[in-house]
Each structure stands twice: as structure tokens, then as C-alpha cells.
Design a binder for this molecule. Structure first.
Ligand code: URA
Length: 204
């Protein structure tokens, strides 16, 4: 990991950079404090693309998306919806882990709009390459990036089938919300909403 003062060396970030390799990306400063960029998981023939927010602590270390607690919940939701994980393509709106230290722990920090925009370069590339039938946007960051609509609120469009550039987009809760919502009923409702969205995507 890069020992960072949060600013880095002058010139080590270039929002206009057009890197060929994800690991070389310097379009925003998040690479400095991350172990690595976390790429996608899933085959090119997948018809369903799941887009999360950004890798968490476990994903940053493993180099794979959704392998931590949110990933375990996502796996349960996929199973409940009857969708095999190997049939879906899984990626994130932002490819580097953004975090702040709390004691020895690295706590998730929500990415800034400029970081989401910088990383849209990679999502666009994935959408072009995979050409999924449907994208399930897991949470507001994914929704903003996929729809290219930074002010779009998640709640009013939850579970709807939206359209963007000829692509069907189904917004739902982020799995972390279903883990951390304050009461058990809210967690169960969020889990069911995710299962419903995944089922909806599979039926399209
Ligand atoms: N949360 C995300 O949005 N993506 C991951 O890969 C893991 C947790």
C-alpha cells in the first residue's frame, strides 16, 4: 500500500488519462491508498451485469468484487432469486477502495462525484464489451454512474425497469444497506427488494 499524505506527488493524477490497464489508472487519486484496483468478475457472455459501489476492505485485499460481508449477502440474494453467481457479471462503479482509518480498521468512505465520474471510463468500457441485456444497479452510486444522472434519487425508482442508451437498468438497494439498516424488518425488506430485482432481471 502506498503511504499517502492524501495529496500524493504533483502530477500523479490526470483526469484526462486514457489508460489501457486498470492497474495503471491515475484518473483520480484513489489508487494511492488502495492495495490494487478491483476488476470485474464474470464472463463476457453474461446477460446480467450487477454494478456495486466500490470494493470494500476484503475486496481490496483479494482483488475481486463482492467477496466480503456484502458479497455474502449478495450470494444469498442470488440464490433466493434462483440466479447462479457464475451466470452474472459483477463489477463496481468505482474500482479502488476509498477508506479512512479508524484505529487499525479501514472504514469505507463514500466516493465523491468526481471519482465516480473518473471511473465511469471503465464502466463504459465494460458496458461496451459485455453488452448485457440488463444492469442491476446496487445502490445510489451505481445508479448515478450507470444512468449518468448524478442527482437521481434511488427511492422513487426502486424496482422499476429504467432505460439508458438502449439498456434496461433495474435499481435496487446496495447489499450493505440490507446488512446495516437499523431494524430487522428494514433489513429483511431490503433483502427481499434485492431478491426481487435480481429475479426481475433474470426474467427480462
Ligand atoms: N461493496 C461494493 O459495492 N462492492 C464490492 O465489491 C464490495 C462491497
Amino acid at each position: 500500500m502506498h503511504a499517502s499524505n492524501g495529496r500524493g506527488a504533483p502530477g500523479d493524477v490526470d483526469p484526462g488519462q486514457q489508460p489501457e490497464r486498470l492497474q495503471d489508472c491515475r484518473r483520480c487519486g484513489l489508487w494511492r491508498d488502495a492495495t490494487q484496483a478491483v476488476a470485474r468478475q464474470g464472463g463476457r457472455s453474461a446477460r446480467i451485469m450487477l454494478v456495486g459501489e466500490q470494493p470494500g476492505d476484503k475486496e481490496d485485499l483479494a482483488g475481486q468484487p463482492f467477496v466480503g460481508p456484502a458479497g455474502a449477502l449478495l450470494d444469498r440474494a442470488l440464490q433466493a432469486a434462483g440466479v447462479p453467481r457464475k451466470a452474472v457479471y459483477v463489477t463496481n462503479a468505482v474500482k479502488h477502495f476509498k477508506w479512512q482509518a479508524r484505529g487499525k480498521r479501514r472504514m469505507h468512505k463514500t466516493p465523491a462525484q468526481r471519482e465516480i465520474e473518473a471511473c465511469h471510463y471503465w464502466l463504459e468500457d465494460e458496458l461496451r464489451e459485455i453488452r448485457p441485456r440488463v444492469v442491476v444497479a446496487l445502490g445510489a452510486t451505481a445508479l448515478h454512474s450507470v444512468m449518468q444522472a448524478k442527482a437521481m434519487a434511488l427511492t422513487p425508482v426502486l424496482g422499476q425497469t429504467l432505460e439508458h442508451d438502449g439498456l434496461a437498468v433495474i435499481p435496487t438497494y446496495h447489499p450493505s444497506f440490507a446488512l446495516r439498516a437499523p431494524d430487522p424488518e428494514a433489513r429483511q425488506r431490503a433483502f427481499e427488494a434485492i431478491v426481487h430485482a435480481l429475479g426481475q432481471a433474470a426474467r427480462l
